[in-house]
Write a protein that binds this ligand. Structure first.
Ligand SMILES: [Zn+2]
Length: 216
């Protein structure tokens, strides 16, 4: 099963893929919520996968990695990005939240960095886990280290691509509109109908109609 934890701070989605009580965590956001869910379900976390380096997708990374001692897998560029407060955008946390959610926070959020990922890949990486086949494929454009994560040809975790009703943002530090159009956009257009899409923000959905929902 796939469980979703949405951060009320940033609107980011953390996904927990569970099989036989073993769990992979995609984009850890709020550690307290993740710990509570793990404990109440008796789940055993085995690894962390990252769609990209932005702070709202790695906010809980160090706390979770420290508690569970589980490895992080990410593109090399993402791994570099999480170690840099400019590349992970945490240096503009409050401004970013205002931009995304239209609200300002009373307390300031300090910039932060994470340690490098334990497993990194250049362009793509495949592995199997609990009888499922996974791939991670680098998809630059939104950020330099962005990737999509596919499971069993039917499920795709898209990070900040294919968010319903939202255009792809390429104007933040590390984003690149040209690269997005030349590479990532072309790939996203090949995604077959019927795919379960799990975006980094907003509701998961079944891709039923080729449309420009994730475009401007
Ligand atoms: Zn992002």
């Amino acid at each position: 099963m796939v469980a979703t934890i949405t951060s009320e701070n940033t609107g980011s989605n953390c996904y927990l893929i569970e099989e036989q009580k073993k769990v992979l965590i995609i984009d850890p956001n709020q550690p307290d919520k993740i710990f509570r869910l793990m404990e109440s379900c008796g789940w055993e976390p085995q690894g962390i996968l990252l769609t990209h380096e932005h702070f709202d997708h790695i906010e809980g990374l160090e706390e979770i990695r420290k508690k569970y001692r589980i490895p992080v897998t990410a593109s090399r560029s993402c791994s570099e990005g999480i170690q840099d407060e400019k590349r992970n955008l945490s240096s503009i946390y409050d401004m970013f939240v205002w931009y995304q959610c239209g609200k300002m926070w009373e307390r300031r959020h300090p910039a932060f960095v994470c340690g490098p990922a334990e497993n990194t890949f250049e362009e793509s990486y495949e592995f199997s886990w609990q009888g499922h086949r996974f791939f991670m494929k680098k998809m630059p454009g939104h950020s330099a280290g962005s990737a999509v994560i596919g499971m069993d040809d039917g499920f795709l975790f898209t990070g900040d691509y294919m968010i319903q009703g939202a255009a792809v943002i390429t104007r933040f530090y590390g984003g690149d509109e040209k690269v997005y159009r030349a590479y990532t956009k072309k790939y996203l257009e090949t995604i077959p109908l019927g795919m379960f899409i799990y975006p980094g923000h907003g509701q998961p959905y079944i891709y039923t109609k080729k449309r420009s929902a994730y475009e401007e």
